[in-house]
Write a protein that binds this ligand. Sequence first.
Ligand SMILES: Cc1cc2nc3c(=O)[nH]c(=O)nc-3n(C[C@H](O)[C@H](O)[C@H](O)COP(=O)(O)OP(=O)(O)OC[C@H]3O[C@@H](n4cnc5c(N)ncnc54)[C@H](O)[C@@H]3O)c2cc1C
Length: 397
Amino acid sequence: MSTNPRILISGASIAGPTLAYWLVRQGFRPTVVEQAPELRAGGNGVDLRGAAVGIAESMGVLPALRDLATDIRALTFVDAEGRRVAGMPTSTFDEPGDIEVMRGDLARVLYDATAHDVDYRFGDTVDTIAQDGDTVQVSFAGGTSAEFDLVVGADGLHSRVRNLAVLSEAEAAHPLGIGFATATVDVSFGARREVTLHNTAGRVAGVYRSGNHRDAQAFFAFRTSREFDFPRDRESQIELLREQFATAGWEIPTLLDAATADPTFYLDAMTQIRMPTWSHGRVGLVGDAAYCATAFSGSGAALAIEGAHLLATALAESDGHTAAFARYEHAFRPIVRARQRSVGTGSAMLVPATNTRIWLRNQLTRLMVLPPLAARVFRADPPAAAPTDPLRRVTRR
Ligand SMILES: Cc1cc2nc3c(=O)[nH]c(=O)nc-3n(C[C@H](O)[C@H](O)[C@H](O)COP(=O)(O)OP(=O)(O)OC[C@H]3O[C@@H](n4cnc5c(N)ncnc54)[C@H](O)[C@@H]3O)c2cc1C
């Protein structure tokens, strides 16, 4: 029997179900509480590569993910009339074995792989956390309370667990000064098997349209000040997005109408989470809650999967939770740091701040200077160290 068997995980997206999967295999009894009433759909394509693919394979979910993989073959920049001005094939970034899946598909596959042996509680959230040396007392917004041995926050950028027990959002958050919105739209938008993007100074609107999916995904990003206070309610978010894209060309007016009518509409500040420590006592963090790198890193989902696997392995192999949290952080921080550092180039490439920079980006793309640089950005890993760490070993079923 594992020590600390009763583990509460907050958040059922990518990190939460992955952690639950590995904890069950190591003899723990995880419970997952998710604020949304059901598994959240939506999100653009996310990349799995390297260690994350190996972990997915060990979980037995690789065939399902390969079936759902997107078939995007190009990134195309268009002008206000929809004419191609520059572009690059996605093969520039991809290596054999990489997989790109829609975020919602990935969340569904991970949930399906765990639903039969993990206790999922949808539509509830942690309200208070009180820990003594031996246990954690948790009360839930739904009115119940329970005792756990450990609590792990896998509840994303605005993690409530982090706020309650580890560090306030004000101290952990490092905004990039960019807003990001996404929503599911009809496949009549964009071009088949392409990511189509239209830039104006400090803004990008785009459509992500895989050829083997029923829907397309619209996305928008816009530069703001780092101090800008993003609204959390849907109506104000829609108003903000409409203000930002009021004068734009291409398909933007109809794309905005479709995106803002979609129930999975999502808008948030692009914010990195950087913290001196990812745990406090019996409470730990994983995924975006601990180390969000943002969509511009191209590796949020992969980091969530790798971190969850490492944390579960550390909990199983260490002598107590304190040693386990320390071991997980020690092994994973260098990888996180490298990927967080890569976002500057990603944002400069996708959301150039001025018209001159848009022109320059297009020229560099045409001259084939940018594609290899982009490939390096999206594959950023620290020089060596981490891959040889024993914690990175993937346990096979
Ligand atoms: C709807 C949605 C769309 C996204 N779209 C994109 C995208 O287009 N591109 C991209 O790169 N990344 C996107 N992301 C973020 C991406 O999923 C993460 O960067 C990455 O996969 C890490 O996953 P995570 O599980 O750590 O966090 P997240 O994926 O952010 O998941 C956190 C989970 O915790 C839940 N949660 C939040 N607060 C609480 C609470 N108080 N109590 C209980 N549960 C809570 C959330 O509902 C969510 O299910 C999106 C996330 C969501 C939720």
